[in-house]
Design a protein around this ligand. Structure first.
Ligand SMILES: Cc1cc2nc3c(=O)[nH]c(=O)nc-3n(C[C@H](O)[C@H](O)[C@H](O)COP(=O)(O)O)c2cc1C
Length: 187
């Protein structure tokens, strides 16, 4: 199963356009989660307490855990993450927070090192930016560190299209080049 995590907010999202092109390369069952249409909220004291208690008991029956369960069983992952304020929309962070669950997506070894409980070994991070993406890659770099460090996802690929909002930019050309880049990944 390919899990398509859609963190784009705009209806006419160019990041989603790119990710749809990528998803078209896969011949498998695809599950979509459109984050801006889900009710994924930042953690509060109530959620945090519920999580802690559930993890201690090993009881993950609360609907809150559905995203973590779905993430853990995905074979491949696409994360749609438009470049917002040097990283990505906050709903993506809220989602990531909700899937970092001890006992579902990772556990800890006796030495306190995270051990993956996820099936996927590859994640495609798809982004588009109005300008140029900062070298520090706060969005991609963060997701890569999280995916590799906690979820054992070794390969985290960046697919991007930049400078889309620069006056005079040829958006069609930039997007086409990004799609040719995707083609190359599958030849
Ligand atoms: C809230 C918001 C914040 C943004 N922040 C940045 C930014 O920090 N740097 C940048 O180059 N573009 C920024 N942009 C422009 C987007 O990255 C660009 O328009 C992108 O293609 C939007 O993706 P979408 O078409 O999938 O919505 C921002 C756009 C929005 C709406």
């Amino acid at each position: 199963m390919l899990l398509y995590i859609d963190g784009a907010v705009r209806t006419e999202s160019r990041t989603r356009e790119l990710a749809d092109y990528l998803a078209g390369k896969f011949i498998c069952n695809v599950e979509y989660v459109r984050l801006s249409k889900e009710n994924i909220l930042p953690m509060n004291l109530k959620t945090l307490s519920m999580r802690d208690e559930s993890c201690q008991k090993g009881d993950f029956s609360n609907p809150y855990f559905k995203y973590a369960k779905q993430f853990a069983k995905a074979d491949e992952l696409i994360l749609v993450a438009p470049y917002w304020d040097l990283s990505f929309p906050s709903v993506v962070k809220a989602y990531l927070e909700s899937i970092c669950v001890v006992g579902l997506t990772f556990s800890y070894s006796d030495e306190g090192i995270p051990v993956s409980m996820c099936r996927a070994k590859k994640l495609y991070y798809v982004t588009t930016a109005g300008g140029t993406i900062a070298d520090d890659a706060y969005g991609y770099g963060y997701v890569k560190a999280l995916a590799q460090g906690m979820f054992g996802i070794d390969e985290v690929l960046l697919i991007k299209a930049e400078n889309l909002d620069i006056y005079g930019s040829d958006v069609y050309k930039i997007m086409s080049e990004a799609k040719r880049g995707i083609d190359k990944l599958f030849t």
